[in-house]
Design a protein around this ligand. Structure first.
Ligand SMILES: N[C@@H](CCC(=O)N[C@@H](CS)C(=O)NCC(=O)O)C(=O)O
Length: 211
């Protein structure tokens, strides 16, 4: 049995999107971050950082959205979300997952942290301009790497597209400039995926963690 702990409009959408792409059967438990539900002892026992997402697969607990998406791809090989281990495609897949987490998402996270996520006394407004510039640098690397292809690895949709796509949606929602035509087309292509719409609807429909 698979259980996802998440919250709408957070990185848990990546995981629910992957599960929907895989056609998996899963339970969703909403952790209302604003109400402090992530700090309840029963949730901290699963995710000691008090963050979402967390996946529990029959007692096996996994955190970190990229690790979870990769796990889902490997657990449902027919989904095509992850290339087989040991192949060059898998190496490229890893490359783009690490890029998504370390280069593309980081400036977005820096912006969020220093605008609202950190305690007020920890925020440093002077970093915001540099973070916007760093995002533009990462977007250019992504645009060059994507080129004319439909998806980031080998022309077929996969979990790396989920991680990158989710970060691009995040950037769009915060009005960061994304002037590369191929990235605009890529974003539109990803937004058309019915599994994404199902994931967003599922996250909004489910109820909160009890207790
Ligand atoms: N690197 C982690 C980041 C998880 C994370 O920071 N999640 C945010 C929501 S998008 C969260 O739970 N924030 C609550 C907090 O930091 O207190 C991942 O990708 O899963």
């Amino acid at each position: 049995m698979l259980t996802v702990y998440g919250c709408p409009d957070t990185r848990s959408t990546r995981v629910v999107w992957a599960l929907e792409e895989a056609g998996a059967d899963y339970e969703y438990v909403r952790i209302d971050l604003r109400a402090g539900a992530a700090w309840k002892p029963e949730y901290l026992a699963l995710n000691s950082g008090g963050k979402v997402p967390t996946l529990v697969d029959s007692g096996f607990v996994l955190t970190e959205s990229a690790a979870i998406c990769t796990y889902i791809g490997d657990r449902f090989p027919g989904s095509g979300l992850t290339p087989p281990v040991g192949t060059r495609e898998r190496a490229s897949y890893n490359q783009w997952c690490y890029f998504a987490l370390s280069e593309l998402e980081q400036p977005l996270w820096t912006l969020a942290k220093h605008q609202f996520a950190l305690p007020k006394q920890r925020r440093v407004p002077a970093v915001l301009d540099t973070a916007r510039w760093e995002f533009a640098v990462a977007a250019k690397i992504l645009a060059d790497g994507l080129g004319p292809r439909a998806f980031i690895v080998d022309q077929s949709f996969g979990a790396a597209d989920i991680l990158i796509g989710h970060s691009l949606f995040w950037a769009q929602a915060h009005q960061l400039p994304l002037e590369h035509d191929n990235l605009q087309a890529y974003i539109a292509r990803l937004k058309e995926r019915s599994a994404l719409a199902r994931a967003q609807a599922r996250e909004r429909a489910e109820s909160d963690l009890k207790g």
